[in-house]
Design a protein around this ligand. Structure first.
Ligand code: SF4
Length: 210
């Protein structure tokens, strides 16, 4: 599906306002896109994987119109928009168009699994202030069993992001304990790998078994 430019419509799961310290600094509005590149076993937003799992479609100007209602909250708290999903990075054309119109003071956060073609990240780079990266497990075998896909492009994309000055400070990596897929020792190995890359903001947590 095309997502380029100001007039194209993309499917979204929903827009959630007035989020505080959940997924980005200050008061944020979460925009959750439909569609993902992975098939995680315990996906919390499984509707993003179903063909008809979206609530509506929207264009960048329409979204801006809708979220502008919280402009004063964003400015007062240093908050802004968090793009999630699904995998928001595959909507890079939409987000690029949106951010070109949005007030430059808004803080833009991207919740991404990074399993996307590099050109999406290149297009998003000028706009995104903070990345919340859902790394799953860095062991390729565990990653494949859990998501159904390889993680080589995730590792390459993470390295590429980190090649930009100051980027490590702008990245939070979420490291889950995944029941039946990884162990505490696997989680520790992922943590060590991330630390060796210079990442210090690591959010370790546990998925519920489903
Ligand atoms: S990356 Fe996130 S949205 Fe996509 S399948 Fe996995 S848990 Fe679901």
């Amino acid at each position: 599906m095309m997502d380029e430019g100001y007039n194209n419509r993309v499917p979204i799961i929903g827009v959630a306002r007035h989020r505080l310290a959940v997924d980005g600094q200050g008061v944020t509005t979460l925009v959750a896109f439909h569609g993902c590149t992975l098939h995680c076993r315990y996906c919390l937003n499984a509707q993003c994987l179903r063909a008809n799992g979206f609530s509506r479609t929207i264009t960048p100007p329409e979204l801006l119109d809708e979220v502008m209602i919280d402009n004063l909250y964003f400015l007062a708290t240093g908050g802004g928009i968090t793009f999630g999903g699904g995998e928001p990075a595959i909507r890079s054309g939409f987000i690029d168009a949106f951010c070109r119109m949005a007030p430059p003071e808004w803080h833009i956060t991207m919740e991404t699994a990074l399993n996307v073609d590099r050109h999406h990240l290149e297009r998003l780079l000028p706009h995104v202030h903070q990345y919340i990266i859902d790394i799953k497990d860095m062991n390729p075998g565990i990653y494949r069993r859990y998501t159904g896909y390889d993680n080589q492009c995730v590792l390459d994309n993470l390295q590429w992001l980190l090649s930009h000055d100051g980027m490590a400070e702008r990245i939070v990596v979420r490291v889950p304990h995944i029941p039946d897929f990884n162990t505490d020792a696997d989680v520790n190995r992922t943590r060590e790998h991330l630390t060796a890359l210079g990442i210090s903001h690591i959010d370790e947590f546990a998925y519920a078994r489903r």
